[in-house]
Design a protein around this ligand. Structure first.
Ligand SMILES: [Zn+2]
Length: 249
């Protein structure tokens, strides 16, 4: 075989590889209703966080199953049971989640505070490698490469978690109930266990303040829960759409 024909085979192989669509797979979503069982979360009388977020999670699941049958949906709990935080993280990893969505309700010492809040994890501190006088060993080299890879994963996760937070905020603040919350709806960073320890894009949504009586009363109504679930579902759909576009490229 001439050098030219070998080159041609390589070129064809390269082109096939570069332009073949990646195998697209289903999108996996893990919904995590906070607290449960003996852990009620925050509560004021009959307004109980673990019950409110479970109802919203169930509505969100039903809404998504109807609108996007191709999305695989898993929940960390579907009843009033206690699930430790590390088990929730483990479920997300076992199910190979592309998105982890934790649902909570807020409380404040001020009865006036209201609105939805979206939390994504702050990037963890990367390990620092000090220059040693000795030559770098193969192990430290490996550790440095591993740290860089980890940084890239963390960076991607942070960016996508922020993107997803923005999607929910934008859908919610243009919905019938949410539009009054355009000033109080906030995106924040916080090191909550479940969003910090999951390796995929993860957002924790505080659906509203139970400490605000007006908001607590709304949070237990069917119509408000439906609207919340629908907004979350809409945001998941756009996020999953972006994900598919990227994996099809
Ligand atoms: Zn909570």
């Amino acid at each position: 075989m001439s050098a030219f024909s070998i080159l041609r085979i390589y070129l064809i192989a390269f082109l096939l590889f570069a332009f073949s669509p990646a195998v697209s797979r289903a999108f996996n979503l893990v919904i995590d209703p906070g607290h449960g069982g003996s852990d009620k979360g925050t509560f004021r009388g009959s307004f109980v966080e673990s019950e409110i977020v479970l109802k919203i999670a169930q509505k969100l699941k039903a809404d998504l199953e109807e609108r996007a049958p191709a999305i695989n949906i898993f929940v960390t709990r579907d009843r009033q049971s206690f699930i430790p935080l590390k088990d929730r993280v483990q479920i997300a990893h076992e199910k190979n989640a592309d998105l982890f969505l934790s649902l909570h309700a807020n409380s404040s010492t001020s009865a006036q505070v209201s609105g939805m809040e979206y939390y994504f994890s702050a990037q963890k501190n990367a390990p620092v490698f000090l220059k040693s006088k000795n030559a770098e060993t193969a192990q430290t080299q490996q550790a440095i490469v591993a740290a860089i890879q980890n940084d890239l994963i963390e960076f991607g996760k942070t960016k996508q978690s922020l993107d997803f937070s923005k999607k929910i905020q934008s859908v919610w603040t243009s919905s019938e109930f949410g539009q009054k919350q355009s000033r109080t709806s906030k995106i924040r960073r916080a090191p909550f266990y479940v969003i910090e320890n999951t390796q995929m894009p993860s957002v924790l949504v505080e659906v509203g303040f139970i400490s605000n009586q007006r908001e607590a009363k709304k949070l237990v109504t069917e119509v408000y829960q439906n609207e919340l679930a629908h907004a979350l579902s809409e945001a998941v759909l756009t996020f999953a759409g972006d994900f598919k576009e990227k994996s099809d490229k």
